[in-house]
Design a protein around this ligand. Structure first.
Ligand code: HEM
Ligand SMILES: *[C@@H]1O[C@H](CO)[C@@H](O)[C@H](O)[C@H]1NC(C)=O
Length: 329
């Protein structure tokens, strides 16, 4: 009898341990989450990102902005990728004014298709968003970031609240810092993340206020003249899509040139330029301008936090078959 109850006891103990292990593995991101379910998943993403980069270099830039716009708004759940289609009741976050200028969404579909060919309905769109950004950062000369995977896809769009999470181009530093702080990113990390504006472009609509009718006094005068040339007012050809590159010297390199420009009053957006004058951010701008390695370390740290903001895991959400639409069955 005594032995029997001992056995009973120890087997429930083993069962308990097993359950605990199962539970702890659940609801968490893991490194190489698809090791068993789709061993080539991360390699396929990397290859597709590289292939797209060779054909359309700016896709790599888009994948970095995608991570920000997806993860910052509630969760890294690929809600950004959902599209409105007649009758599906989705209002796409892509239609928010904060998403202005976002591009290359159609190429996310290429990455997803490559994964579906290898392992149908296994790899989430949320992980595509995160891992494609990671791989792009390396292609653009930025740091290599160890990222975990296992995010699942949401079934909701947060279009109605995008503006509560993604700051505007002319918002105050106080507001910008509080937005990032609310998802656990400190001042140093926020300064580093804005360094993503070392690549890509800004459309003239986001610059006119700094150029006309009078030039923003925090803007370098020669640079302002250059920008006026990029963004004439009144526009002689309103049909033309006008923009300025974020970084004239190294527009395709994710480096600390951005901070050097801020120190010489050549920040493009008002939020960019404010980093160099706001008391708590200015010291970090100086340090990042003088030390690319330090910038990269801080960028990697903050981007990792951003990429793990409130993910759906375990049984939450789903694995979308098409990143543009929630599953219908
Ligand atoms: C205060 C926070 C931020 C604001 C207000 C902001 C705003 C903007 C604006 C207005 C543009 C230009 C859009 C256009 O005219 O086409 C832009 C571009 C971009 N942003 Fe941000 N951004 C912020 C933070 C970030 C962060 C944290 C990242 C990534 C880590 C990021 C990545 C990018 C990239 C890569 C582009 C270039 C996109 C392209 O060329 O296609 N931004 N951002
Ligand atoms: C910021 O820019 C928007 C247009 O993009 C404008 O409507 C708004 O008034 C500006 N806000 C401030 C505080 O200047």
């Amino acid at each position: 009898m005594a032995t029997g109850s001992f056995h009973h006891c120890s087997s429930s103990f083993v069962l308990l341990l097993f359950l605990l292990q199962l539970l702890s593995g659940y609801g968490e991101l893991q490194s190489n989450y698809y090791a068993e379910s789709c061993p080539n998943a991360e390699e396929i993403i990397k290859q597709e990102v590289a292939k797209l980069y060779d054909e359309h270099g700016n896709t790599a830039i888009s994948w970095i902005r995608n991570l920000f716009h997806d993860c910052m708004v509630q969760s890294c759940d690929a809600s950004l990728l959902l599209e409105s289609k007649h009758g599906n009741g989705i209002v796409s976050e892509q239609a928010s004014s904060r998403s202005f200028g976002m591009r290359n969404f159609k190429y996310v579909t290429k990455i997803k298709e490559a994964l579906e060919r290898e392992c149908p309905a296994t790899v989430s769109c949320a992980d595509i968003v995160a891992l494609s950004a990671r791989d792009s950062i390396v292609l653009l000369g930025g740091p290599r970031i160890e990222m975990r995977s296992g995010r699942r896809d949401g079934r909701e769009s947060y279009a109605a609240v995008v503006e509560e999470f993604i700051p505007n181009h002319n918002d105050s530093m106080v507001l910008v810092l509080s937005r990032f702080e609310s998802i656990g990113i400190d001042v140093e990390g926020t300064v580093a993340l804005l360094g993503a504006h070392s690549v890509g472009r800004v459309h003239c609509v986001n610059l006119y206020d700094r150029l006309y009718p009078t030039v923003d006094p925090t803007l370098d005068l020669d640079y302002a003249e250059y920008l006026k040339g990029r963004c004439p007012m009144p526009d002689p050809d309103p049909k033309k899509v006008r923009y300025a590159r974020n970084d004239k010297e190294t527009p395709m390199v994710l480096d600390n040139m951005y901070y050097k420009h801020l120190l010489t009053h050549m920040g493009l957006l008002l939020v960019d330029q404010q980093l160099a004058s706001y008391p708590t951010t200015a010291p970090f701008v100086e340090k990042m301008a003088s030390d690319n390695g330090y910038f990269q370390d801080q960028f990697a740290r903050a981007l990792l936090t951003l990429s793990e903001n409130n993910p759906l895991t375990g049984h939450d959400g789903e694995i979308r078959k098409d990143c543009r639409y929630i599953n219908t069955d």
